[in-house]
Design a protein around this ligand. Structure first.
Ligand SMILES: Nc1nc2c(c(=O)[nH]1)N=C([C@H](O)[C@H](O)COP(=O)(O)OP(=O)(O)OP(=O)(O)O)CN2
Length: 137
């Protein structure tokens, strides 16, 4: 079994708040991240698939294929967007790193799960210090 990872980046605005909570409640739970003024992050997205090497090509999967799928299905929908307002798959959801990572995993899974390849993990860095990993369970 071998693992291969592609990194892509996107820049997006968001805030962490609940419409059904008061400003004070949002501030208490989410702190600065609930500020009515949006803030943004340069996210780093790492997508890892696993499987067995094709003996003819020496590839698990062509990294150019990985890149194209991730950009088409995820990056184009998030880059330079407002996660709370502009991104269909985030409508009605909290714009936390955890929820974004889960949504990305669920979007990518059908594109990567082929006969010799399985999507292993989506790792999403929100800042230099914070990241989440979702393994699909
Ligand atoms: N469980 C989560 N907690 C927090 C999330 C999140 O997505 N999931 N997000 C945020 C904020 O979006 C915030 O922007 C993070 O900023 P901050 O904590 O300031 O991040 P830094 O790593 O840059 O800051 P440090 O100085 O290292 O603390 C908050 N919580």
């Amino acid at each position: 079994m071998i693992y291969i990872t592609r990194r892509e980046r996107f820049n997006a605005a968001h805030k962490l708040y609940r419409e059904d909570w008061s400003l004070e409640e949002n501030e208490k739970v989410f702190g600065n991240c609930s500020n009515p003024n949006w803030h943004g992050h340069n996210y780093d997205l790492f997508v890892t698939v696993k499987g067995h090497i094709n003996p003819e090509t020496g590839f698990l999967i062509d990294l150019k294929v990985m890149k194209d799928i991730i950009i088409r299905e995820v990056i184009d929908k998030l880059d330079h967007k407002n996660v709370n307002l502009d991104v269909d798959f985030m409508k009605g959801k909290m714009a936390s790193t955890e929820v974004i990572a889960v949504e990305i995993f669920n979007i990518l899974k059908p594109f990567f799960d082929k006969e010799n390849v399985i999507l292993h993990v989506v790792r999403l860095h929100e800042t230099e210090n914070n990241y989440v990993e979702y393994f699909g369970e």
